[in-house]
Design a protein around this ligand. Structure first.
Ligand code: 13P
Length: 256
C-alpha cells in the first residue's frame, strides 16, 4: 500500500453562483468524515473564494480552499489578473496550474504555466500541476512523451525541497467532461511513467512521495477502481464535484 495520503480536489470551473457555492461547501463540511485519511480541496470561481472559504472555515478547515488560477507577478498593471498574495489573503492554500482548459482554451504555454507553478510554490502555496494528452496524441502513442514534457517544463526550476507541496494531476484531455475515463490500467501506466520522470528530475525518494491525481470523468461509480491503482493517489474532479452527494461518494472512495 502506498504511503502517500490520497488527495481529492473538486474543480468547480466556471460554475455555481454565490449561494450555490456556499451551500455546497457547507454540505461537504457536514458530510466529509475522512479528513484524517484523505486530503480534500475545492476550487470555486474567484468571486466566491472568500465566501466559500468562510463556509469551509466554519467546518474546521477539513477541506482546503483552492484557486483555479493565479498570476505570477506580485502586483502592477496586469488587467484582469489576480496575484498570489491576493489569493492567500482570502485564504487560498492550493493553486491549480496547467489545467487543460487553460492550456487549450485560454492558450497558456508551458513557460507561463511554469512561472505560475514556481510563483505559487515561492508564495508558500501547494500547487497541483495538471498534465495530459489530447486524443490524437494518445492515438499516435505520444501519451507518455506529452506528459513527460509538460511535467518537466512545468517543474523547471522547482527546488527539491518544494516538491512536498507539489501534486501532479494527470488529466487526459479527451476524458475531461466527456464521460469517457481512462481505464484504471491505462491511467496507472501513465502515472508510473510520470513518476519515472519525477524520479529522473528529483530522485526516487522524492518521486515516491509526490501524489499523482487522476482527472477526467471520475464519478462515484468508477472512483474506487481508479483510486485503488497503486500510483493513483486520488483525483481531480470536475462535473461530479458540483453535487455534494457525488463528490462525497468520490471522497469516500479515496479512503484506503
Ligand atoms: P470532469 O470530471 O468533468 O471530467 O473534469 C475533470 C477536470 O477537468 C478536473 O479538473
Amino acid at each position: 500500500m502506498s504511503k502517500r495520503k490520497p488527495f481529492v480536489g473538486g474543480n468547480w470551473k466556471m460554475n455555481l453562483h454565490g449561494s450555490e457555492a456556499q451551500a455546497l461547501a457547507s454540505a461537504l463540511n457536514a458530510g466529509f468524515a475522512h479528513a484524517a485519511q484523505v486530503d480534500a480541496a475545492v476550487f470555486p470561481a474567484f468571486p466566491y473564494l472568500a465566501s466559500v472559504g468562510a463556509a469551509l472555515a466554519a467546518g474546521g478547515h477539513k477541506i482546503k480552499l483552492g484557486a483555479q488560477d493565479g498570476y505570477f507577478q506580485p502586483n502592477g498593471a496586469f488587467t484582469g489578473e489576480v496575484s498570489l498574495s491576493m489569493l492567500k489573503d482570502v485564504g487560498v492554500k492550493v493553486l491549480l496550474t496547467g489545467h487543460s482548459e487553460r492550456r487549450h482554451v485560454l492558450h497558456e504555454c508551458d513557460e507561463l504555466i511554469n512561472r505560475k507553478t514556481r510563483a505559487g510554490l515561492d508564495a508558500g502555496l501547494e500547487v497541483i500541476l495538471c498534465v495530459g494528452e489530447k486524443l490524437e496524441q494518445r492515438e499516435q502513442g505520444q501519451t507518455d512523451a506529452i506528459n513527460a514534457g509538460q511535467t518537466a517544463l512545468g517543474l523547471a526550476g522547482v527546488k527539491a525541497d518544494q516538491m512536498s507541496r507539489v501534486t501532479i494531476a494527470y488529466e487526459p484531455v479527451w476524458a475531461i467532461g466527456t464521460g469517457k475515463n481512462a481505464t484504471p490500467a491505462d491511467a496507472q501506466a501513465a502515472h508510473v511513467a510520470i513518476r519515472r520522470v519525477l524520479a529522473g528530475l528529483y530522485g526516487d525518494a522524492i518521486a515516491q512521495g509526490v501524489r499523482i491525481q487522476y482527472g477526467g470523468s471520475v464519478k462515484p461509480a468508477n472512483a474506487k477502481e481508479l483510486f485503488s491503482q497503486p500510483d493513483i493517489d486520488g483525483g481531480l474532479i470536475g462535473g461530479a464535484s458540483l453535487k455534494a452527494e457525488d463528490f462525497l461518494g468520490i471522497l469516500n472512495a479515496a479512503v484506503k
